[in-house]
Design a protein around this ligand. Structure first.
Ligand SMILES: Cc1ncc(C[n+]2csc(CCOP(=O)(O)OP(=O)(O)O)c2C)c(N)n1
Ligand SMILES: CC(=O)[C@@H](O)[C@H](O)COP(=O)(O)O
Ligand SMILES: [Mg+2]
Length: 577
């Protein structure tokens, strides 16, 4: 039976009976497993919301009733039911379907940002807009996970929804008890064993419906219809199982197949993350004052070995990066050296905490920034392309970018041993290239290729490999290029601004605005240098889905792009010496 193939839009769901809905749910699960195990993606989260999504699209009239998915990683069923079955095999590929809602794909999609805990704020604003526009018959629905609910923005949203004029907002709490790992904090016990009296949500002024078995489509529909009829903010508490209906997911001890990679083409070397986690254990052995913090991503950020070795010195704060950073500031005030392990893009959320809770106090906090640069398949909001710009304006902040595994271990140790103020070590997704040995030193930087005093290339982190390759190509073309790895990229080492080269080229997988290149330009001006400056980096745009290497090449950050950019530079008359 191909019930799913007959669903071209949510309207096709409305007349199905219970037996057909159960059969359709089974078909959807088979389709998800067959497709996502090939493309990669968030299989576990989407398997957990099959019945919930069917019920949502039967009870509400999307898009007239906006449905906002928090984080959006669990919206694959939503996509299958809103006209995107044909393209589903292109999920998370360049030019294909996004792994998150995407307004260019469908009017049923509203929020494209994959950062958690934003849905209630969006819903609050959307509901106010609909009300002010006189469209009060609509209902705004926000689907938020129990993990996302540990994020501060959700409580700001609940606080606002609980007050003010009644607005038709239905908050669907998808409670599967997990983020990657079991959700932490005081919230899960409250949700698990709701008091006979009012729930937290009712105390804040919202109505509460539930808890409901999230895999009983009729029960969920009944709860949603009851909530819709209230015409005021209400939380519908739905209990689901992450990975439901697929044994490898339901039984997965780590994260219920939260995100599965596309089939791997052969073994891969230990990645950046594993190398960083391994080195942190060595550091922890010699530094009992080192404590690690994660925002609900212990395993993805490589902290599991540290947690196993030092269970009392690792803290999971939930999806709460702002809390993580300022709690780390508290740990540092208390005489410890915290290491905050977070994906580069998620640190954006805690900028004020980095700048003023840590930086203003010159506290020795180390930020371990995984997924710096282009991540690729997760799309624009997941690329770590802003950390150099953001951290570069924090007085006293020092940022290191290792080019390979050996430098990662060295620089992480140097960062943790620096107690003068905050430090950060940034590295990309994937695996490091083979070690790139230095042939000399320049200030605190490593000289990788000594190609004379005409062109100097300053390459950030793993882009050093492309810079070295470009230098080799250019030497064959008769152009001498010296390649230097700054190691500590911010603040800029003054020795790099007074080398006397005619042309200084910076190469970074950060956005160009306010990045390393801009900092080098400032350093050259302050040093009175008359060198020409060529800054190569990611264009200041939202970089769409693609393979990391392809996207770097598209931004001119591969060997060919670097060489071409240097050859295109006008040759000034040789300066009279
Ligand atoms: C600000 C932010 N921090 C971290 C993440 C990484 N992340 C993506 S999904 C997820 C867990 C979400 O848990 P939950 O909201 O319960 O949804 P579920 O996967 O259980 O459906 C995390 C931590 C993120 N997307 N945004
Ligand atoms: C949705 C989300 O934010 C995470 O699950 C993210 O997709 C993980 O990215 P990696 O796969 O690079 O760990
Ligand atoms: Mg969850």
């Amino acid at each position: 039976m191909n019930l799913l193939g007959a669903i071209g839009s949510p309207a096709d769901l409305r007349d199905l009976g219970r037996a057909e809905l159960d059969a359709l749910a089974a078909e959807i699960r088979c389709s998800l497993v067959a497709s996502v195990t090939c493309t990669g993606g968030h299989l576990g989260p989407s398997l957990g919301v099959v019945e919930l999504t069917l019920a949502l699209h039967r009870v509400f009239d999307s898009p007239a009733d906006p449905i906002v998915w928090d984080t959006g990683h669990q919206a694959y069923v939503h996509k299958l039911l809103t006209g995107r079955q044909d393209g589903f095999g292109t999920l998370r590929q360049a030019g294909g379907l996004s792994g998150y809602p995407n307004r260019a794909e469908s009017p049923h999609d509203w929020v494209e940002n994959s950062h958690a805990s934003t849905a209630l704020a969006y819903a609050d604003g959307l509901a106010r807009a609909l009300q002010l526009r006189g469209e009060s018959e609509a209902t705004v629905v926000a689907v938020v996970g129990d993990g996302a609910l540990t994020g501060g923005m959700c409580w700001e949203g609940l606080n606002n929804l609980g007050a003010g004029p009644p607005r038709a907002v239905v908050v669907v709490l998808n409670d599967n008890g997990r983020s990657y790992a079991p959700t932490v904090g005081g919230l899960p016990p409250h949700l698990a064993d709701l008091p006979a009296g009012p729930s937290l949500f009712e105390l804040l002024g919202l109505a509460y419906v539930g808890p409901v078995d999230g895999h009983d489509v009729e029960a969920v529909e009944e709860a949603l219809r009851k909530a819709r009829a209230l015409r005021s903010p209400v939380v519908v508490h739905v209990r689901t199982t992450k990975g439901r209906g697929y044994f490898p997911a339901e039984s997965d001890p780590h994260d219920r197949l939260h995100a599965v990679p596309p089939p791997r083409t052969g073994p891969s070397a230990p990645g950046w993350t594993a190398q960083a986690g391994d080195e942190l254990v060595r550091i922890g052995e010699r530094r009992p004052d080192v404590v690690a913090l994660t925002a609900a991503m212990l395993e993805p950020t490589g902290l599991a070995p540290f947690a196993a070795a030092f269970p009392d010195r690792v803290v999971d704060v939930g999806i709460a990066e702002q809390h993580a950073v300022t709690s780390a500031a508290g740990l540092a005030l208390g005489g410890l050296h915290p290491v905050v392990a977070v994906y580069s893009t998620f640190l954006n959320r805690a900028f004020d905490q980095v700048l003023l809770d840590v930086g203003l106090h010159r506290l020795p906090v180390t930020f371990l920034l995984d997924r710096a640069g282009i991540t690729g398949a997760d799309g624009p909001s997941h690329n770590g392309m802003w950390d150099l710009s953001v951290l570069g304006i924090v007085p006293g902040m020092r940022v290191a970018a290792p080019r390979d595994a050996t430098r990662l271990r060295e620089l992480l140790g140097e960062a943790v041993d620096d107690d003068r103020g905050p430090t950060a070590v940034r590295f990309p997704k994937g695996s490091p290239c083979a070690d790139l040995p230095a042939v000399g030193r320049l200030g605190g930087a490593d000289v990788l290729v000594d190609g004379g005093s005409d062109v100097l290339v300053l390459a950030v982190g793993p882009l050093a490999a492309a810079a070295v390759a470009a230098a080799c190509d250019l030497r064959a073309a008769g152009v001498g290029v010296t390649v230097v790895d700054p190691r500590w990229v911010l603040p800029v080492d003054p020795a790099l601004a007074t080398t006397g080269h005619r042309l200084v080229v910076t190469v970074e997988d950060n956005g160009l605005a306010g990045g390393f290149g801009d900092a080098v330009g400032r350093a050259l001006r302050e040093a009175g240098s008359d060198a020409d400056l060529l800054t190569l980096g990611l264009r200041q745009e939202y970089v769409q889905v693609g393979e990391r290497e392809t996207l770097l090449a598209e931004h001119g950050l591969d060997a060919a792009g670097i060489a071409t950019a240097i050859l295109a530079q006008p040759k000034r008359r040789a300066r009279a010496r």
